[in-house]
Structure formats: C-alpha cells, structure tokens
Design a protein around this ligand. Structure first.
Ligand SMILES: C[S@@+](CC[C@H](N)C(=O)[O-])C[C@H]1O[C@@H](n2cnc3c(N)ncnc32)[C@H](O)[C@@H]1O
Length: 279
C-alpha cells in the first residue's frame, strides 16, 4: 500500500480529520524515514515500509495517545528531544519562555559565561536549548522525578550538552551542592483545576508535571531558596499559569527581598511569563 492510500484509508477513521490528519502524515513520514512534512507529498507514491508498524502506531493514536510519545521524539527550539510518558511533552508556549530568557540574559549579562539552572527540568528542553545558544560554564538540571531526570540525561547526550543533574524538591539539591547561578529557568507544575486539561493529557502525561496545589508550594519552595543559589545577580524566568499571577505576587513579597519582577504576555496576550531579577 502506498503512503497516499494509507493516508486516505486512515483519515476515514478519524473523529476530527481536519485537526488530526497532520498526525497521520507525521506517523507515515516517520515510518518511511521522511524527515520533512513536505516530503510526504514528494514520496506519496512509495509503499509504506512497515505497514504493521504503522498500523500499531495508528491504533495508539486512535486510542488518544499523543503522537510525540508514539514516536518517542519531539522538536523544541529547532533541536530534537527524546520524550516518553515519564515527562511532559514540551509545549510551544515554553519556547516563548526560553526565547525571553535568552533575550533577557543577553541584556543583563552581555556575553559573559553563565551558570544556568533548569529547575523542574522534565525532559530538559529549556536548559539544553539555552546551553546551545548561550556561553554556559555549568548547567544544573533538577527535578523531583528521578524518571524525568533520566530523560533529561538522555537528551543532553542527544544534543551534545554537559550538565550536572539533581533529583529533589525545587532547588534544594543545588543549595546542598553549593551551586551558584546567574540564569535560572523553571516551568513548575501550575494547573489548579483538572477541568482545564484535555482528556488525552490527563490520560497520558505525568500528573506530577501538570498539577499544583492551590498554595503553589513548588513556586514558594523555589523562591525561598533563590538567594542561596544566586551568583552576584540572578535572572529568573518562569513559565506560569494564566490564573496564578496574584498568588505569585503575594509569594514574591512573602519570600524575597531585593527583587524586581515583571510579568510578560505570551503570543495569545496572556500573562504567562514571570521574570525576576535578584540582587
Ligand atoms: C510542567 S513540567 C516542565 C517540564 C519541562 N521543563 C518543560 O518545560 O517541558 C514540570 C516538571 O516539574 C517537576 N516537578 C513537580 N513538582 C516538583 C517539585 N516540587 N520540585 C521539583 N520538580 C518538580 C515534574 O516532575 C515535571 O517534570
């Protein structure tokens, strides 16, 4: 069967073909080792190389599993990352956070060599992408999930980046190790209500990566320890939930001194990025 025939046959089975047809093309391209999506149209008359493999993948997709987990890979800031159900699938909005962190870091530190920390690192996409763009002396990556840290390690190898890894709450292990940080990025779990989450996300992605308690303890734990890991001056860039700004302002006032903060809007006009400067 050709790629085109398999595509036509498969999209008939989709509930939402307009949205999901792209995933069928992605699965078929992956199966035939086609790197770019436009390649599908160039190669559409070729036979599907491993039809059984494609059928298995497509059944998983029909059951609701995200295509990134099925393929075991995703792209973030132009780099390839391994992902499986031990880590959150990196989101596009997180690319905006990393871009902000990069721009701000250049403004604050110029071309200085930096110590960078990625707290709640999951697959490691934020820290690794920054290490590919900035001059980095040490990259510290930490997560409460040992499983997630294993994935981050794998992604460092894949992307030729060297890091120091820690398993533990917030930045606690960096404090113990005496790490000194110039730039810290973090995307802690921040969803407060299960209703805000799609069924497939709830079913397949790690809940530890998604949900925060209503006091946002993970942010509080991170904020409290920031003065203990800061180099001379520290820039921190957080991804935040659209509905937690007021709570975060309270927490900043409760836990930090000598701090300036600003919230930035994302591409959809929502305040989803928090930037702290601590002196
Ligand atoms: C939203 S995911 C972010 C993953 C990755 N940075 C990204 O942007 O794709 C949040 C991560 O925080 C970790 N986490 C949850 N609670 C934590 C805590 N108290 N301390 C450290 N990490 C925590 C989860 O295991 C998960 O990997």
């Amino acid at each position: 069967m050709t790629l085109e025939e398999a595509y036509k046959q498969s999209i008939k089975q989709l509930k939402n073909p307009e949205v999901d047809e792209i995933s069928v093309r992605i699965l078929l391209c992956h199966n035939n080792g086609i790197k770019s999506m436009s390649g599908f149209y160039i190669h559409k008359h070729e036979n599907v190389r491993d039809f059984e493999g494609f059928s298995r993948d497509f059944s998983r997709f029909l059951a609701g599993e995200p295509v990134q987990y099925i393929l075991g890979e995703t792209e973030f800031m132009g780099h390839d990352f391994y992902v499986d159900n031990r880590v959150l699938i990196p989101r596009q909005e997180t690319e905006e956070v990393v871009a902000q962190a990069y721009i701000r870091a250049l403004q604050v530190f110029g071309d200085k060599v930096l110590n960078v920390a990625d707290i709640c690192c999951g697959s490691g996409v934020m820290g690794i992408s920054l290490a590919k763009k900035l001059k980095v002396r040490y990259l510290f990556m930490s997560d409460i999930s040992g499983d997630a840290v294993e994935v981050a390690k794998k992604n460092c190898v894949r992307n030729d980046v060297i890091a120091n890894f820690f398993v533990g709450n917030a930045c606690d292990e960096l404090v113990k190790a005496g790490a000194k940080v110039d730039l810290l990025v973090a995307n802690p779990p921040y969803i407060l209500k299960k209703e805000d989450v799609d069924e497939s996300v709830l079913k397949y992605e790690p809940h530890l990566a998604l949900f925060a308690d209503e006091n946002l303890k993970v942010y509080e734990d991170i904020f409290k320890k920031l003065p203990l890991i800061k180099n001379k001056e520290m820039l921190c860039v957080f991804e935040i939930g659209y509905d937690i700004k007021d709570k975060l302002i309270e927490l900043i006032h409760k836990t930090l001194k000598n701090v300036q903060y600003v919230f930035r809007k994302d591409i959809n006009g929502k305040e989803r990025i928090l930037i702290l400067r601590i002196r």
